[in-house]
Design a protein around this ligand. Structure first.
Ligand code: BGC
Length: 367
């Protein structure tokens, strides 16, 4: 068991994931051979989608895809975002209002993993199914399903790319690096960090990689609210405190927004560009990768994540059990949550054209 911000989550290997994929619980739900009527709900029911603040492009995309996808599937979708400053209270109120309006399923991209148990319990008590989207909701037995990209794998891919990128640029270490992690209220932040450290820690222990500031604990590296200005300010401080006459070889950045802020800081200080990781395949970061600035990102195609979530909603509507492919990894502190995980893909300049070939928005940027 790995502990992430008070939540224990077991990470599974890619091999185990492949073995699990496709042999999940299947669509073997309530409408089985007993002849009982399915316990679904009317096809035009209200489906609530409560998303966090628009801290990265993926959330903006998700909102549009949910609005269109739910409509296409015949549901009445209600997509809400939390505001930038009162995120938790906004989201709590939005979920409560979706329950009152009679939503049959509520999909939640949590603003704060640990602050939704009251609302999720109320939803459950009203017979509403709750799906955690992208981010796990912790400390509640009332969460029904989780759908996400394999977050631990995302971190491992970032760690591997950081090592490979530094080695390609400078064959011999030791390499000086700095570590950044996401917002502590997002369960994913700790999972990404632990995935990356799974790869980096052995190299740090051997002395091949040095966190020159000494700031190796997740708490020291966290950027509240995933805010670009927070990452830029921390990088500014690190450059002043630690890199007066030391070379910075690499930075573990958990996502693209923070990666670009880190690069802005390094540029502003007139330092050479280090190897910087990212995640989300944001337009500006893909451009930066093609230009040779940001080193890598992760492709987590939001279209697929939303599609799988809507598939879950459709199964529930039909009275079936949604398909899951992981029933062991995500213990939210109260229960192990039935999960559908999708595989993330690491993208550097070398494979960008191939990775985004089917993405009409990103493919032209790689030509
Ligand atoms: C998502 C990332 C995103 C971050 C900030 C995380 O929970 O998984 O894709 O970069 O939130 O919005």
């Amino acid at each position: 068991m790995r502990k992430f911000f008070g939540t224990s989550v077991v990470a599974i290997s890619a091999a185990a994931m492949l073995a699990l994929a496709g042999c999940g619980s299947g669509r073997d739900g309530d409408s089985g051979s007993s002849g009982e009527a399915a316990k679904g709900f009317p096809a035009n029911s209200l489906i609530g989608v409560a998303l966090p603040a628009k801290t990265s492009e993926n959330w903006v995309l998700a909102g549009d895809l949910f609005t269109n996808g739910l409509k296409e599937a015949g549901f009445e979708g209600n997509v809400q975002y939390a505001g930038a400053s009162t995120t938790v209270a906004d989201q709590q109120a939005q979920i409560t209002s979706m329950v009152t309006k009679g939503a049959k399923v509520i999909v939640i991209g949590a603003t704060d993993a640990a602050q939704l148990s009251t609302q999720v319990a109320a939803a459950h008590a009203a017979g509403v199914k709750v799906i955690a989207y992208d981010r796990l909701i912790t400390n509640t037995p009332d969460l029904d399903y989780y759908v996400a990209f394999d977050n631990f794998k995302v971190g491992q891919l970032q760690g591997q790319a950081l090592l490979e990128g530094m080695k390609a640029k400078k064959p011999n270490g030791p390499y000086n690096i700095e570590l950044f992690s996401g917002s502590p209220d997002d369960n994913n932040a700790g999972v990404f960090f632990n995935g990356a450290m799974d790869v980096l820690k052995p190299e740090i222990d051997k002395g091949n990689v040095v966190v020159a500031s000494g700031q190796k604990e997740v708490k020291q590296t966290a950027i509240q609210g995933w805010k670009a200005e927070g990452a830029q300010a921390r990088m500014d401080q690190l450059l002043t405190s630690t890199y007066g006459n030391k070379e910075l070889d690499g930075v573990l950045s958990p996502n693209d927004t923070l990666a670009r802020a880190i690069l802005t800081s390094v540029k502003g200080a007139g330092k050479p560009t280090p190897i910087v990781t990212g995640q989300d395949s944001e337009v500006e970061s893909v451009k930066s990768i093609v230009k040779g600035e940001q080193y890598m990102t992760i492709n987590k195609d939001t279209r697929n994540l939303v599609k799988e979530t809507i598939n879950m909603v459709k199964a529930l509507q039909a009275g079936d059990k949604p398909q899951v492919n992981d029933t062991t990894s995500y213990n939210n502190g109260s229960k192990v949550v039935d999960t559908y995980l999708l595989p993330p893909v690491a993208v550097t300049k070398a494979n960008a054209a191939e990775a985004y070939a089917n993405d009409p928005k990103l493919a032209p940027l790689t030509k």
